[in-house]
Write a protein that binds this ligand. Structure first.
Ligand code: CTP
Ligand code: MG
Length: 385
């Protein structure tokens, strides 16, 4: 397996876009452009990501990435080319890579298919870039229209641009031209043949203020709603603590299970995993694995939340129903809601807690155990080309 590193350059100042902060830190659909770019890289298949930020952007960067686990950012230079070179040197210092895909944070919506096309092309070529045909009539001009430029054979080049790591590092080090607006130019100057794959309109760069309205519309249109269901049962047992929804509830008996047997949180985890289409709690935390014995179930919820984040998704709502004769859930409803909202890092308004009995019928009616049922609604990115 080739070791692939994604280098995300985010060190610009976004002069042309204007706004209070550099464009990579502005928000789209409630999330920083840089965070969109990171999440799309991850879901496309990037495992190692290095980010290059501008000097003095540390606080903006920290706020944008939130809890995402990343190596320390590299500090970039005054021009994009310099930022890329510093990023490449940092990767080299950390042990290098086989392939590097160099990407602009200002192109936040990388389709998985483009990543796959690039990685496939790099099996054969030392360099590959995504392109789209130029469709508008192209003309030289300034205040007045000049001559039309022959459009046939002209390509618009996007990022990520993929390279054999050693080749592009050497090309960057050897570059003696002026400022270059992309890395393929630098590769070609070093004699590297650059292959072409199909790009995507979703990769168009955010450059001007008006591009942000287009990007907001794209976020709204490409996020689809998915719902998952979760169901769980645990039996009462003597000598156990009772945990429901991450809250310790005083009760003569608790629930028996491999972990803390928090039936409510287990149903929530399964609902979220269901909406993601990623199996169930047992797939992620096998009961045979001793490390989960007695584990607080909030850890499983935290994991489900991280999976949503890895998809670049958003948790819209969780609706949980507890089924038992006793204890009465009412007095703990607010605490459970607050706890689940805190672990999922969403406002309490997005969490609903309900409870019911089964009219003394069945195992819950006889007080043998507690059942829980949950629905989770997520918004996830629809795959496209
Ligand atoms: N970039 C960089 N370091 C620089 C300049 C640009 O890492 N010194 C990054 C930007 O953050 C962006 C990408 O390169 O992700 C493409 O550059 P561009 O669209 O030109 O962004 P800015 O330079 O920030 O914008 P402007 O040119 O309008 O100031
Ligand atoms: Mg620029």
């Amino acid at each position: 397996m080739a070791r692939i590193v994604a280098l995300l350059v985010a060190a610009g100042s976004g002069t042309r876009a204007g706004g209070g902060v550099p464009k990579q830190y502005r928000r789209l659909g409630g999330k920083a452009v840089l965070a969109h770019a990171l999440d799309h890289l991850r879901r496309a298949g990037a495992e190692d990501i290095r980010v290059v930020i501008g000097p003095g952007q540390e606080a903006l960067y920290a706020a944008a990435i939130g809890e995402r686990a990343l190596p320390a950012p590299v500090v970039g230079g005054a021009e994009r080319r310099e930022s890329v070179l510093r990023g490449l040197e940092a990767i080299a210092a950390a042990g290098g890579a086989d392939l590097v895909l160099i990407h602009d944070a200002a192109r936040p919506f990388l389709p998985r298919a483009v990543w796959e096309r690039l990685v496939a092309a790099l099996q054969e070529s030392d360099a590959a870039v995504p392109t789209l045909a130029a469709v508008d009539t192209l003309v030289r001009g300034d205040a007045l229209l000049g001559d039309a430029v022959e459009r046939a054979g002209l390509l618009r080049i996007q990022t990520p641009q993929g390279f054999r790591f050693d080749a592009i590092l050497a090309a960057h080090r050897a570059w003696a031209g002026g400022e270059a607006t992309d890395d393929a130019q630098i590769a070609r100057a070093a004699g590297i043949a650059v292959a072409v794959v199909k790009g995507s309109p979703a990769l168009d760069k955010l450059t001007f203020e008006e591009d942000f309205a287009r990007a907001e519309a794209l976020v709204a249109a490409r996020m689809v709603s998915r719902t998952g269901l979760g169901f769980d049962v645990h039996a009462f047992a003597e000598g156990e603590e009772l945990w429901l929804g991450g809250v310790r509830i005083p009760h003569p008996r608790g629930l028996r299970g491999h972990s803390d047997a928090d039936v409510a949180l287990h149903a929530v985890v399964d609902a979220i995993l269901g909406a993601l289409g990623e199996g169930d709690i047992g797939t992620h935390f096998p009961p045979s694995d001793p490390q989960w014995r007695g584990a607080p179930s909030a850890r499983f919820v935290e994991h489900a939340r991280a999976r949503v984040e890895a998809h670049g998704g958003r948790l819209d709502h969780v609706d949980l129903t507890l089924v038992c004769e006793a204890p009465k859930i009412g007095p703990y409803r607010a605490a459970i809601r607050a706890r689940i909202a805190a672990v999922l890092r969403v406002p309490e308004a997005r969490i609903s807690i309900k409870a019911t009995t089964t009219e003394r019928l069945g195992f819950t009616g006889r007080g043998e155990g507690i059942a829980a049922q949950a629905a989770a609604t997520l918004r996830l990115w629809e795959d496209d080309e």
